[in-house]
Design a protein around this ligand. Structure first.
Ligand SMILES: Cc1cc2nc3c(=O)[nH]c(=O)nc-3n(C[C@H](O)[C@H](O)[C@H](O)COP(=O)(O)O)c2cc1C
Length: 454
C-alpha cells in the first residue's frame, strides 16, 4: 500500500494570453471545439481530475487599445463544457462563472444542468472578477467595490446551494403505472431572504448526480481566503513555489478549522506550466525561447505599467528601471487586468534593488520576475519536481496549462504521467464516477432539504 499523496491534476485552456504561444507553428485554434476536445481527451487519457476553463468578461485594453495577447476572444465556458461532456466519460468539467454579474437562480440551473448532462462531473469556479471595468459590459455598469463583491459571492453560493437542495434525491417517482411523476409536491420550493437576494419560488432542475457540484474558488485577499476556507471544495491559487504554497496551505487550513471544516476537504491547486526536453539543457533552452516569445515589448510594458500605474512608454526597455514611484491615485492604468502585486511601492522597491544588484535593464528585470514556464527538465525531472511539490505540502496538485494548444499536453501525458503512476502518486484508473468521488471529497447529505423543511 502506498502512502503517497495522490496528485490532483486539472488541464487548463487559457485562450490567447501571455502564457500561450499562439504564434507557434504547432498551435491550433484557440476557439474551435476541436481544440477543447483534444485537450480534454488527452487529459482524460492521463487520468486528470478535471478540465478547467477561466472566464474573462471584458477585453483588456488601455485608452481604447486592446491588449491582444491578453485573452482576446474566448468562447463562453458552459457550452464548451457541455460539449466536452459528450466526448469524455470520467473527466470533471469545471467552469469559471462570475458571482458578481450573475444571479444565483441562473447559476444554479446552469451548473446543475451540466452535472446532469455529464453524470456528476460539474464544478463551478466562483470568481468575483478583477475590477470594475468588467461591469461596463453589464447593465449595472462599474459594479461593486472589492469587499462587497465577496459579500455577494458568499450569499450567491449559499443561495445556489439552497436551490440545489430544494429537490430531494427521491422527489421524482416517475411511476408509469400510477401516472405519478413527482412524489414530492413541494419539489424545488425555496425561499431566500438576505441582504443580496430576496427571492422565493420554485427551482426547476431536479437534484443532480453530485447533489452539490464541486465549488472551486480563486482569489487570495484575506476576505477571499475566508470565503474559500468556509465554502470551497477546491482553491485555484497562484502559489506554485514550495515555500509560498506551504504558507498558503497552512493559512487556509487554519481558516478552515476556524469555520469548523476539515482542512483535508479543501484541496489547493496552483496553476503551473511545464517544458520538457530530452536533457535538462534542451528543456532550459526551450523554456528560454518560450519566455522570450511571451515577453514581447508590449507585454513587458503592460506588466510594468500595471504596477507603476503610469504610462511608461517613454522608457527604453533596454535602459534602466524607471526612477519614479508608482502613482496610487490614478485610475487603474490597465483596464481589466488583475493587479496581483498587492503593494505597488514595495514591489517597485524590491525590483529596483534586484535590478541594481544584478545590473538589469527593464527587459532583464521582466525576464527575472516573470512567472516563467513552470516545471522545466526531462520527464523524470519534471515528474520529480511536481511530485516533490505535492508530497512536501506545497499544494494538492496543479492546474496544468501548456504553451502550445492543443497538442502541448500530449507530451506531459505520454512522458510524465507514466512516471508519476509508477511512483504511486497518480491513479492509473478513475476510482469514482463523479468529480467529487475522484477528488476524495465527502458527498453532500442528499436528504437535507426534506429533513429540514418538511
Ligand atoms: C488564480 C486566480 C485565478 C482567477 N481567475 C479568474 C477568472 O478566470 N475570471 C475572473 O473574472 N476572475 C478571476 N480571478 C479573480 C478573482 O476571482 C478575484 O476577483 C480577484 O482575485 C480579487 O480578489 P482577491 O483580492 O481576493 O484576490 C482569479 C484570481 C486568481 C487568484
Amino acid at each position: 500500500m502506498t502512502t503517497r499523496k495522490q496528485i490532483i491534476l486539472a488541464a487548463y485552456v487559457g485562450g490567447v494570453n501571455e502564457h500561450t504561444a499562439w504564434e507557434h507553428p504547432d498551435a491550433g485554434s484557440q476557439i474551435d471545439f476541436s481544440t477543447f476536445r483534444h485537450v480534454a481527451q488527452t487529459a482524460e487519457r492521463g487520468r486528470f481530475d478535471y478540465f478547467f476553463l477561466a472566464e474573462g468578461l471584458a477585453l483588456r485594453a488601455r485608452d481604447g487599445r486592446i491588449f491582444d495577447h491578453d485573452i482576446a476572444g474566448r468562447p463562453d465556458t458552459l457550452p464548451v463544457l457541455a460539449a466536452i461532456a459528450a466526448v469524455t466519460e470520467h473527466l470533471g468539467l469545471v467552469g469559471t462563472l462570475n458571482a458578481t454579474f450573475n444571479e444565483p437562480y441562473e447559476l444554479a440551473r446552469q451548473i446543475a444542468s451540466l452535472d446532469h448532462l455529464s453524470g456528476g462531473r460539474a464544478g463551478w469556479n466562483v470568481v468575483t472578477s478583477f475590477d470594475a471595468y468588467t461591469g461596463a459590459n453589464f447593465r449595472r455598469g462599474g459594479f461593486l467595490p472589492h469587499a462587497e463583491r465577496y459579500v455577494r459571492a458568499e450569499e450567491t453560493v449559499a443561495t445556489v446551494r439552497e436551490l440545489w437542495d430544494s429537490w430531494a434525491a427521491d422527489a421524482i417517482a416517475a411511476d408509469k403505472d400510477s401516472g405519478v411523476f413527482l412524489r414530492d409536491g413541494r419539489a424545488g420550493e425555496f425561499s431566500h431572504h438576505g441582504s443580496q437576494f430576496d427571492i422565493e419560488g420554485r427551482f426547476t432542475v431536479p437534484r443532480s448526480p453530485q447533489g452539490r457540484p464541486v465549488i472551486v474558488q480563486a482569489g487570495v485577499s484575506p476576505q477571499g481566503r475566508d470565503f474559500a476556507a468556509s465554502t470551497a471544495d477546491v482553491i485555484f491559487s497562484p502559489y506554485s513555489k514550495l515555500a509560498e504554497g506551504k504558507a498558503f496551505s497552512a493559512d487556509i487550513a487554519e481558516r478552515a478549522v476556524k469555520f469548523g471544516r476539515d482542512p483535508e476537504h479543501v484541496k489547493i491547486l496552483p496553476s503551473a506550466g511545464f517544458v520538457l526536453g530530452d536533457t535538462r539543457e534542451e528543456a532550459e533552452e526551450k523554456a528560454r525561447h518560450i519566455l522570450e516569445q511571451q515577453l514581447s515589448d508590449r507585454t513587458i510594458q503592460v506588466t510594468f505599467e500595471q504596477v507603476w500605474n503610469r504610462d511608461l512608454s517613454g522608457y527604453d526597455l533596454d535602459g534602466p528601471v524607471p526612477d519614479i514611484d508608482p502613482d496610487p491615485e490614478a485610475p487603474t492604468f490597465i483596464q481589466g487586468r488583475a493587479f496581483i502585486f498587492q503593494d505597488r511601492f514595495q514591489t517597485v522597491r524590491t525590483w529596483r534593488e534586484l535590478a541594481e544588484q544584478r545590473g538589469l535593464t527593464l527587459r532583464g528585470l521582466a525576464h527575472e520576475v516573470a512567472r516563467g514556464p513552470g516545471y522545466v527538465g526531462t520527464p523524470e525531472q519534471v515528474a520529480d519536481q511536481l511530485d516533490t511539490f505535492v508530497q512536501e505540502g506545497g499544494a494538492d496538485g496543479v492546474v496544468l496549462g501548456s504553451h502550445v494548444v492543443p497538442s502541448g499536453l500530449d507530451e506531459f501525458v505520454d512522458r510524465v504521467v507514466p512516471l508519476l503512476q509508477e511512483r504511486g502518486s497518480l491513479r492509473t484508473e478513475y476510482s469514482g464516477s463523479t468529480l467529487r468521488d475522484n477528488l476524495g471529497l465527502p458527498l453532500p447529505d442528499a436528504a437535507t432539504h426534506l429533513a429540514s423543511t418538511h
